[in-house]
Design a protein around this ligand. Structure first.
Ligand code: SBB
Ligand code: ZN
Length: 260
């Protein structure tokens, strides 16, 4: 029955056994061991072209805050890199910790960052809807960018200033011009591997593209993330922190690098 109903477990140590049984062999996040990654000279540079006017709103969905985009046409897209097709930007969101010692989902040589940005794209060339793409092996492409404590980030500050308006779960605020490429390091280097969503339904539909260089943000900006709430207005307040999934087994996967 397990092999038919494909779902991946989220629990403790028996994960490895269940994962094999249920054929959940490409779960995310993972630790990227720099020296085990394989330089692939055939990897192309990632081509990112976002139209800032496709930005729609910021939404606290009770897991993270999402900045959502109009994905009804090919106006904000990525292509190249490890991708066979062009993928449309649908949303970006973050994962972070209660303190600066942890928060990212992926790690590099077991180094944890205080936060991680995910820019979520879907393969609108092959699939008619995002919901269908989420269920397919080549359906999604997510760019991961690590955040590290450092200089104030001007571009992020526009987002941070809007966060008090989405403090509670299921609140939305209009956000109509934002270019997310200001959150992506100019260094072209990345790792890439076949993985999954890091929140339920954990579908194994993501081509991960993890940027080697982090972006720098300051303490106040990280603190602004931590004042968001998992809970709705009127409920007992629970701060939105530690919204990251534990590391998953690499199983039989290779991480490729675009750089030597
Ligand atoms: C199928 C799940 C999907 C909602 N989730 C996501 O889109 C998503 C995207 C990226 C990541 S991460 N952290 O890996 O980058 C995690 C989750 C989703 C999409 C459409 C839906 N319609 C009704 C319900 C519903 C759920
Ligand atoms: Zn994410």
């Amino acid at each position: 029955e397990l092999t038919k109903k494909k779902f991946c477990f989220w629990s403790g140590p028996e994960e490895k056994i269940l994962a094999t049984l249920a054929d959940c062999t490409r779960q995310s996040p993972i630790n990227i061991q720099w020296r085990d990654s394989i330089y692939d000279p055939f990897l192309k540079p990632l081509k990112i072209s976002y139209d800032p006017t496709t930005c729609l709103h910021i939404w606290n969905n009770g897991y993270s805050f999402l900045v959502e985009f109009d994905d009804s046409a090919d106006r904000s897209v990525i292509t190249g890199g490890p991708l066979e097709n062009q993928y449309r930007l649908k949303q970006f969101h973050f994962h972070w910790g209660a303190i600066n010692e942890w928060g990212s989902e992926h790690t590099v040589d077991s180094k944890v960052y205080p936060a991680e940005l995910h820019l979520v794209h879907w393969n609108a060339v092959v699939y008619p809807t995002f919901e269908e793409a989420v269920m397919e092996g080549n359906g999604l492409a997510v760019i991961g960018v690590f955040l590290k404590l450092g200089e104030h980030h001007e571009g992020l500050q526009m987002l941070v200033d809007a966060l008090p308006a989405v403090k509670h779960k299921d609140t939305v605020i209009e956000f109509d011009v934002f270019d997310p490429s200001c959150l992506i390091p100019s260094c072209p280097d990345y790792w890439t591997y076949a993985g999954s969503l890091t929140t339920p339904p954990l579908t194994e539909s993501v081509t991960w593209i993890i940027k080697k260089k982090p972006i720098e943000v300051d303490e106040n900006q990280l603190e602004a993330f931590r004042m968001l709430l998992f809970t709705s207005d009127g409920e007992e307040e629970k701060r939105m922190v530690d919204n990251f999934r534990p590391l998953q087994p690499l199983m039989n996967r290779t991480v490729r690098s675009s750089f030597q």
